[in-house]
Design a protein around this ligand. Sequence first.
Ligand SMILES: [Zn+2]
Length: 132
Amino acid sequence: MSRVSVSKSGIRPVARNASLDRHTQRFLELRRGLEQIEYFCKGTVLKRMMKCGKVQCACASDATKRHGPYFELTYKANGKTVNVKLSPEAAPLYGAAAQQYRKLKTLLNRLDKLSKTILRQQAKLAESKRQD
Ligand SMILES: [Zn+2]
């Protein structure tokens, strides 16, 4: 049966390979993006203005008189939210790293999707060569 379909429509296996080549090419392109990822860090950097808790302080009644800004990195680990205090100097470093992490995640999702497409095509190709 497989011998018949190959000789009848010789174009089909070629077209399938072309599609596989295109996806492989795209995979290699995307993978190069991984090399451009800088130091990364899971989470979000938050900027907070705080009340000090003193009743007579201006911050108690006026939101614009709150103290700060205070920075923290927040992320989830084992289902729990973790907050890490950051100095004003550290905040932009972690902010940039968090951005890199999001970029990495997007890239990984794309690579994962593309890999699955390629794996499906490779499996089909291998199955079509099965002798039974
Ligand atoms: Zn205050």
